[in-house]
Design a protein around this ligand. Structure first.
Ligand code: ZN
Length: 134
């Protein structure tokens, strides 16, 4: 990782594993301008999971698309943004655990999202279900 200000090499001055989100957090310092910034290493869900749609085609999972769906379902909450981010990670972790070799179906995404939202906020689960009824 190079410095975001001057492009020079950096060193890690502190690091921590965030077990809950399976992430590694690193404090970095530029060897030239001394600037300090933080990086987070996290799983790239889009490459880890592939989605089998109704017509059997496989496509990469889009974390952004799932996040937007979850965010819209939580729009009545003041903390919708942070809630949606955390819930999206919870749903994706569960989907990976339940997947067969990293392949899941669109129905599994809808089912797991509904189940997770139901436990968190029943209104959001109702909104989500209304947009995903088929
Ligand atoms: Zn620098």
């Amino acid at each position: 990782m190079v410095c975001i200000h001057c492009g020079s090499k950096t060193k890690t001055t502190n690091s921590r594993r965030v077990a809950r989100h399976n992430q590694t957090w690193r404090r970095r310092q530029c060897l030239v301008c001394q600037a300090i910034f933080t990086t987070r290493e996290a799983l790239d869900y889009d490459s880890a999971i592939r989605v089998k749609s109704a017509d059997k085609a496989l496509e990469s999972l889009s974390r952004d698309r799932l996040f937007i769906d979850i965010f819209r379902s939580l729009s009545h909450r003041k903390t919708a943004l942070s809630d949606a981010s955390a819930l999206t990670d919870t749903i994706l972790s569960a989907l990976i655990a339940d997947s067969t070799n990293g392949v899941i179906t669109t129905q599994e995404i809808v089912h797991k999202s509904t189940e997770t939202l139901q436990r968190f906020d029943t209104v959001s689960a109702t909104v989500y279900t209304a947009h995903h009824a088929d």
